[in-house]
Write a protein that binds this ligand. Structure first.
Ligand SMILES: [Zn+2]
Length: 310
């Protein structure tokens, strides 16, 4: 399907808010995400570069490639938002929804909740561990999550990487082990010069690293460093949460992660307890990274437990 220029032109290119809504926090924190009231939730679209748009709503940030081949969606938020997502896809495609592929960055419900709606429409692609975790009940630190229905499960799974040749470019999903979870994929839109980091990257926000799903703070550092080696300096970066970002923003995030690990590991070596470290706090320059879901204290605990476990 051809994208009509006016389809793109009429799209509201909403300015991004720097912070997440309270719904996002509740979305991740509650297991019964499907029961949340999503009737008031909005999905906004922002042109990123080339074929790629970022869609934002109460869950994790989505990416979408639109063009002559149709649409490829990266993550899909929550099932009750599917019609709102379809309406945006139709707008971007100039009238009609033509969804060809869905990629999942990881298994968390605020990123794959729409799979049950989109699975019957397009093949879902994800790392092997995404399908594994979605197939069984998960006792996550943010609550228990029941197994997903079969139509929500990825039907194409990969180990190290997979490429989809779509809308005139190679869309490459690369797995990085033990980062935010044990099933993360970073998605490179190689010609559009855009990378979707999933929840390996929380832009300007202390991240949540899911240790109960095989995540590791040191692993996140390793992944971010490797992505920085691969992307051009002028690439645009879609984070899992937070506003659209740049390579410089991702580099600053890496500094925050590294300083946090140094702060906690030196504290542990000096015999300090978690409570000591939380009372001391990270350097003041990172104070703005605290937010409703991950405060500075909670982030220090996440780092502490990750280092203790490794
Ligand atoms: Zn996540």
């Amino acid at each position: 399907m051809k994208v009509k220029p006016e389809g793109r032109a009429t799209l509201a290119r909403t300015a991004l808010s720097g912070a997440l809504g309270a719904a996002a926090v509740a979305g991740l924190a509650r297991s019964a995400v499907a029961q949340q009231d999503m009737s008031e939730a909005e999905i906004t679209a922002t042109h990123v570069a080339g074929n790629v748009y970022m869609l934002q709503g109460p869950g994790g940030n989505m990416g979408v490639s639109v063009g002559a081949d149709g649409a490829l969606l990266v993550d899909d938020q929550f099932a009750p938002l599917a019609d709102k997502i379809r309406a945006i896809l139709a707008d971007l495609l100039g009238g009609e929804v033509d969804l060809d592929f869905v990629l999942n960055t990881h298994w968390h419900p605020d990123h794959v909740g729409g799979n049950s709606e989109f699975g019957p429409e397009a093949p879902i692609i994800a790392h092997t561990n995404v399908r594994k975790r979605m197939s069984t009940r998960q006792e996550a630190s943010f609550g228990a999550v029941d197994p997903s229905p079969s139509e929500a499960l990825p039907v194409i799974t990969f180990g190290d990487s997979v490429s989809i040749h779509f809308n005139g470019e190679e869309v490459r999903a690369i797995h990085f082990p033990h980062s935010h979870t044990d099933g993360d994929a970073v998605i490179f839109f190689t010609s559009s010069n855009v990378v979707h980091m999933g929840d390996v990257y929380f832009a300007g926000l202390f991240p949540f690293v899911d240790l109960t799903s095989g995540g590791s703070v040191r692993g996140v550092i390793e992944t971010v460093a490797r992505v920085l080696e691969q992307v051009p300096a002028d690439a645009r970066v879609i984070p899992g949460h937070g506003p659209l970002a740049t390579v410089d923003g991702l580099r600053e995030y890496l500094r925050m992660l590294e300083e946090s690990v140094v702060f906690v590991s030196e504290g542990i070596a000096a015999g300090k307890s978690l409570e000591d470290l939380q009372a001391e706090g990270l350097p003041e320059r990172w104070a703005d990274w605290s937010w409703s879901f991950i405060s500075g204290e909670r982030w220090i605990e996440n780092v502490y437990r990750s280092l203790q476990g490794s």
